[in-house]
Unconditional design. Structure first.
Length: 202
């Protein structure tokens, strides 16, 4: 395995401090999903966060058209469709998408890079569930995806609690208008934050 150079590590840290994303290759994601590393995201402890995300969509829309960016193995899809929403999930990992299609064969899943994805469909809600900080430039990505929103549409961004994710949040808050937010805690420890945004021009 090739060891990263000191220069690469230094430049990567600088980019993270500037609010750029922690980009992970498709090959790495595939290997991790195939090894079972991400099986824990479907455990019960994760559901307070999932239910908060789904709750926001359901509170605002009776039946929403939803895009889940970085959907992984599709663990949110069935919950959305059970509530009557129209769901589409995309993920960079082909392995994750194959697992999602096997578990939820009636749902719509596509293997796609979030930084390159384009669509003519307009969505009521676009969800970044622990995925936006893996975009190359999260601020640019959030702006691009805001163009896929219908009038009155929302973007929901969930990020776990660490310094880099806080930097990303601070950057995207300048690009969008925050309309709500919640912190998920276990005891007194903050685990993640979930914010709901709308486009600044709405």
């Amino acid at each position: 395995m090739k060891i990263p150079s000191i220069k690469y590590i230094f430049l990567r840290k600088i980019k993270l401090l500037l609010g750029f994303g922690n980009v992970v290759s498709a090959d790495t994601w595939n290997a991790e999903y195939e090894s079972g590393k991400w099986d824990a995201i479907e455990q019960l402890d994760e559901y307070p966060r999932y239910l908060s995300i789904i709750g926001y969509v359901t509170a605002i829309f009776d039946k929403a058209i939803i895009l889940d960016v970085g959907c992984g193995t599709g663990h949110l899809s069935n919950l959305y469709t059970l509530l009557g929403h129209d769901y589409t999930g995309i993920d960079l990992s082909k392995s994750a998408i194959e697992k999602a299609k096997t578990k939820f064969p009636n749902q719509k899943f596509f293997n796609a890079n979030m930084d390159e994805y384009h669509t003519s469909i307009k969505y009521d809600a676009i969800v970044f569930n622990e995925s936006l900080y893996h975009a190359y430039n999260p601020s640019e990505t959030i702006n691009n995806y805001s163009k896929f929103l219908r009038d009155g549409g929302i973007m929901i961004v969930s990020m776990s609690n660490n310094k880099h994710h806080s930097l990303v949040f601070n950057k995207i808050k300048k690009e969008l208008t925050k309309i709500s937010g919640v912190e998920i805690k276990f005891g007194n420890q903050k685990i993640s934050s979930i914010y709901v945004f709308k486009r600044n021009n709405l």
